[in-house]
Design a protein around this ligand. Structure first.
Ligand SMILES: Nc1ncnc2c1ncn2[C@@H]1O[C@H](COP(=O)(O)OP(=O)(O)O)[C@@H](O)[C@H]1O
Ligand SMILES: [Mg+2]
Length: 241
């Protein structure tokens, strides 16, 4: 019998935070240094946001945490299973129907009935109950993004790494995706930990803490409101310089 997955957001050790990044260094082949002594500590489940100018290393950091890249030096400590959610859901939804796509990420040992139940539960959690048979091309951008999040939930991910997940969405869909992640991160039972990269200052109002990334390093956690005041607003409400 397989071992039970860790309860989401509840590290095995009471002392272990959901995520600790220590002195991370990473250079791309060709010599471009993306992270320089990068430190980040998330002490409890919740919705944590990062902002920073283009090229400051945000996407590289998420890929390192997800295990897609190996650090040059430093360490990443987490007992949670990570899952990446990208800006463009079309880049991560592979199969034609909602159900078939979600089943793709499930462990092989599950029976057909267990797979179906997992898929239905994941769809329900993201507000897409009954969408299993729907062709993915018939979904709106916001629904596709929620399906990508369902994919993470179906595989029992407990650490969501969201790289500008609302950048391509209209304001209504943007609000739905934020509300969904907020709900998943605040549920009393097994709250998730989410690290969310944003360029949109208004999104900072919904986080439990926000930090600024600059030239491969991350500043201290602040409230979303405080960081919002700190950042010089640019036309269009973007935090990017
Ligand atoms: N695949 C890649 N190959 C080489 N350099 C890259 C690659 N991806 C990003 N970089 C470089 O790494 C640095 C950080 O990029 P990135 O992590 O994408 O920043 P951000 O997400 O904050 O815009 C930049 O200098 C960028 O040019
Ligand atoms: Mg990026």
């Amino acid at each position: 019998m397989s071992s039970q997955p860790l309860a989401a957001g509840a590290p095995a050790s009471a002392l272990a935070p959901p995520l600790a990044v220590e002195n991370l260094e990473f250079s791309w082949a060709g010599g471009r240094t993306a992270l320089r002594g990068c430190q980040l500590r998330i002490e409890r489940p919740g919705l944590w946001m990062l902002v920073g100018s283009n090229g400051s290393g945000k996407s590289t950091l998420l890929r390192l945490i997800a295990g897609l890249l190996q650090p040059g030096s430093g360490a990443i400590h987490t007992e949670l299973k990570p899952a990446l959610v990208f800006q463009n859901p079309d880049h991560q939804l592979l199969l034609p129907s909602c159900s078939s796509d979600l089943q793709l990420g499930l462990p092989e040992h599950l029976s057909a009935a267990q797979r179906l139940m997992r898929v239905e539960m994941a769809l329900e959690q993201v507000g897409l109950a009954g969408f299993g048979g729907r062709p993915i091309h018939t979904l709106s951008g916001g629904q596709k993004q929620r399906l990508a999040i369902a994919g993470a939930l179906a595989t029992d991910a407990q650490l969501l790494l969201l790289d500008e997940p609302t950048a391509l969405l209209d304001p209504t869909s943007q609000g739905e995706v934020i509300a969904l992640i907020r709900r998943l991160c605040s549920r009393p039972e097994a709250p998730l930990t989410a690290l969310w990269i944003t360029h949109r200052l208004e999104e900072l109002d919904h986080c439990d803490g926000a930090a600024r990334m600059d030239a491969g390093r991350i500043g201290p956690w602040q409230s979303g409101a405080a960081l919002r005041v700190d950042l010089t607003p640019l036309p269009g409400g973007r935090a990017e310089r």
